[in-house]
Design a protein around this ligand. Structure first.
Ligand code: KG4
Ligand code: ZN
Length: 341
């Protein structure tokens, strides 16, 4: 099969709490992208409940795929391949998407492509700027991951640093819950911080003394916030939110900039849900301008989980590796495929 600019891939994403489908042509031209969020379903529980997520995916998936096809204004016979997240993620949630994608690939007699969700986040930037140049550093910050990755070429990744405990998004979610700011925590803290003073409390910036250490740690910061609020019960939540956010962003930006220096990157790209954070976006652009390298921020819709990035990564994988055998399973702990240092 010839893979080219006209190859149309249906992407499907069900790894966590977003049911999504999208049609992307040639790996970067988004024809339609539909995301159905389960945020309200899980809000009462203060976090994603895996069994509820699987059932919600089951209900939402067919209508979401149908809408992506209708919005694209095409007949489904035009679809050349079906790409779906096979991991990492919640096993029950992943299986809903994988089973549906395999069924569609069989019914339409087109290739199935199993996609790594982390690789797809790296590809979300290419959807909006296909001219991005290698090597680049990607800061992938989501609810489950915090990684600095050197992308040397398509499919060529080197891990420069990652969190040794909590993910950045997890820290946002936990601190927001502690401050009673609502769920999900990231956007709640982002909004509350607008009315607070980022210099009100000097929270710790872990692992920043050693310039060569590009790993992250956020669990001590979360504890520091809790201890501070317990000692100072009258402190304004907005000040705590703003100071906490400043501490996280400070570390993320510093380390991303050091990573870019270390590998001689042409630019820094953000990915993952936390990349929607207003302060992070502003500070990252400022740091890139100061270092005279390109700073690229995908739109907020492309930072959080979506299926356009799955279709984009699927297109590149189909071109490089060919179709995925239909007996492939789902992998809750799937890692990013790395090249040797
Ligand atoms: O990538 P994502 O949609 O899902 C995965 O974890 O794969 O990321 C969700 C995470 C959550 O922890 C959420 O609180 C965080 O991204 N997030 C934010 C913002 N919007 C979403 N964190 C900080 N500021 C935001 N504006
Ligand atoms: Zn994600």
């Amino acid at each position: 099969m010839k893979i080219d600019e006209s190859t149309l891939v249906l992407g499907i994403e069900t790894s966590c709490d977003e049911t999504a489908a999208a049609l992307v042509m040639g790996g970067s031209d988004v024809i339609s992208s539909v995301v159905s969020s389960q945020i309200e379903i899980h809000a009462d529980f203060g976090g994603v409940v895996p069994e509820i997520a699987s059932r919600a995916h089951l209900e939402a998936l067919n209508p979401v795929v149908a809408r992506a096809v209708v919005e694209a204004g095409i007949d489904d016979s035009r679809i050349d391949a079906v790409a779906c997240t096979v991991g990492p993620g919640l096993i029950g949630a992943l299986l809903v998407g994988v089973s549906a994608a395999k069924a569609l690939s069989l019914a339409w007699d087109v290739p199935f492509i199993g996609v790594n969700h982390l690789e797809a986040h790296l590809y979300s930037a290419f959807l909006e700027d296909p001219t991005l140049e290698f090597p680049m550093v990607v800061l992938l910050v989501s609810g489950g991951h915090t990684m600095l990755i050197e992308m040397r070429g398509h499919g060529q990744y080197r891990m420069l640093g990652q969190t040794i405990d909590d993910a950045a998004g997890e820290a946002f979610d936990k601190v927001a819950r502690f401050l009673d700011l609502g769920y999900p925590g990231g956007p709640a803290i982002d909004a509350a911080a607008l009315h607070g003073d980022p210099d009100a409390v000097r929270f710790p910036r872990a692992l920043t003394d050693d310039r060569d250490n590009l790993d992250f740690s956020f669990s001590g910061l979360k504890t520091a916030v809790m201890n501070y609020v317990r000692k100072h019960p009258d402190v304004a939540s907005a000040d705590v939110a703003a100071s906490f956010q400043m501490a996280v962003v400070d570390v993320l930006v510093k380390k991303a900039r050091r990573a870019a220096e270390t590998v001689g990157a042409k630019g820094i790209v953000l990915g993952g849900g936390v990349a929607a954070n207003s302060l992070l976006r502003e500070e990252m652009l400022g740091a890139c301008a100061a270092a005279d390298i390109k700073g690229f921020l995908p739109s907020r819709a492309m930072c959080t989980d979506n299926a356009a990035m799955i279709a984009a990564a699927g297109w590149y994988r189909l071109a490089s590796d060919g179709p995925t055998p239909l007996d492939v399973g789902a992998f809750p702990n799937l890692k990013l495929p790395l090249v040797d240092a």
